[in-house]
Design a protein around this ligand. Structure first.
Ligand SMILES: [Zn+2]
Ligand SMILES: [Zn+2]
Length: 317
């Protein structure tokens, strides 16, 4: 099939490097673009026949037109493409009950939230041990903060310069070639993300993440003393609890209580005080989301007894 775009005509379909199971579409396109020594935004323009798509959240949703463009340009089966879109694989944590484009719980990468850029999470041990390193879809989920394979903390910034990881911008000076693995370097300081520190999560954080991941995969199961026939019911409740602790003005005292009790990172409190009340947990950095994940584990062991006790200890509730 012939594809035409701004004078560029492809009389064949591009054979891209294959997409991995559970890989983000953006990760797949970035890997391919750098392999072809192109800017990812250029490859995206050719594939989607639209210069703006690169700026949109291609991991989550693609219009019918964009899907058709991609199928015309790239050798991939439609069903294989569709199963990588997060909007079609979110039913275990956020069922689409309407046509809303927003999928709850997804970290918003590349989007500016009041001057603060959000970041994708990653596990340094996963990308260091992959034969071909790639970024996983589950790293965009706000209720996961540690890796279920390596039992270490996910990270959401460059440990060297603190820049967010967004898989958006790749610059090269005139004659310089891209290297195929350039996407593993921080786009500000080129620090190799595979070298990032491996940090051990606390017991609560690790156990909470194990439960969250199991529930995510199976679509039903137990959390503490609670059983869920539908996992999204748990995630809905978790969102309310995390929103209260992490985003609501009334939740600040409880957050401070959790901070003191679980010995969280010192920066947490400052960050928590700056959270705007219109924020959602998935807008927040991993440092602060950890507090919600840890507390949720603690209070679901004997729901609702500990929650009530804690609320009373903090007072005012
Ligand atoms: Zn890992
Ligand atoms: Zn950096």
């Amino acid at each position: 099939m012939k594809t035409k775009y701004q004078g560029l005509e492809l009389s064949y379909q591009l054979q891209l490097l294959p997409i991995y199971k559970n890989e983000l579409i953006r990760s797949w396109l970035v890997r391919n673009a750098l392999y072809l020594n192109m800017k990812p935004s250029q490859l995206s323009t050719i594939i989607f026949q639209n210069t703006d798509i690169w700026k949109s959240d291609i991991d989550v949703q693609l219009s019918r037109r964009s899907i058709q463009s991609l199928l015309n340009t790239v050798e991939i089966r439609e069903e294989d493409l569709l199963k990588h879109l997060l909007s079609s694989k979110c039913e275990h944590f956020y069922p689409h009950l309407n046509e809303s484009k927003q999928v709850k719980w997804l970290l918003q990468i590349g989007v500016h939230q009041r001057g603060k850029k959000n970041s994708l999470q990653y596990c340094p041990a996963c990308i260091a041990s992959d034969k071909v390193p790639y970024f996983r879809a589950c790293w965009r989920l706000g209720f996961l903060t540690s890796c279920h394979i390596h039992d270490i903390c996910l990270l959401d910034s460059c440990p060297n310069c603190n820049s967010p990881i967004d898989l958006f911008r790749y610059n090269k000076t005139n004659n310089k070639h891209f290297e195929p693995l350039d996407y593993l370097g921080c786009n500000q300081c080129s620090f190799d993300l595979r070298e990032s520190p491996r940090i051990k999560p606390s017991y609560y954080e690790l156990e909470a993440n194990k439960e969250h991941f199991k529930l995510l995969v199976e679509g039903h199961g137990s959390i503490g003393n609670l059983d869920f026939n539908y996992s999204h019911l748990y995630y809905d409740g978790l969102k309310r609890i995390m929103s209260f602790i992490l985003c609501s003005k009334n939740g600040i005292e409880l957050f401070k209580y959790i901070f003191n009790k679980y010995d969280l990172d010192d920066d947490c409190i400052r960050e928590r005080m700056e959270v705007s009340r219109h924020s959602e947990p998935e807008h927040l950095s991993i440092n602060i989301r950890k507090a919600g994940v840890i507390f949720s584990y603690y209070i679901t062991r004997d729901w609702p007894i500990k929650l009530h006790q804690n609320m009373q200890e903090v007072g005012d509730y």
